[in-house]
Design a binder for this molecule. Sequence first.
Ligand SMILES: [Zn+2]
Length: 83
Amino acid sequence: MNWKRNIQVLDLEPTDRLELLCRKCGKLRWLTGEELLNRPDAKYLWLEDVERRARCRQRGCGGTMRMAMPGQDETSSFVGGIA
Ligand SMILES: [Zn+2]
């Protein structure tokens, strides 16, 4: 199941934080629920669409971003290390 297709910006809490990682240069930036909720054009987007539209802000990069939400990462790449 892809959580990005099941969560709409409207469902987010202002305090929620999403992680956006640039696929090209690896730059990480945080997107808050508040930031998204304040954008009238973003309100009805699914997180999948937000991810698709996100672009790296690093000068000269403009790469696409990979979205992750702490605790909801479907790749579970680090879970084994904690247990
Ligand atoms: Zn980048």
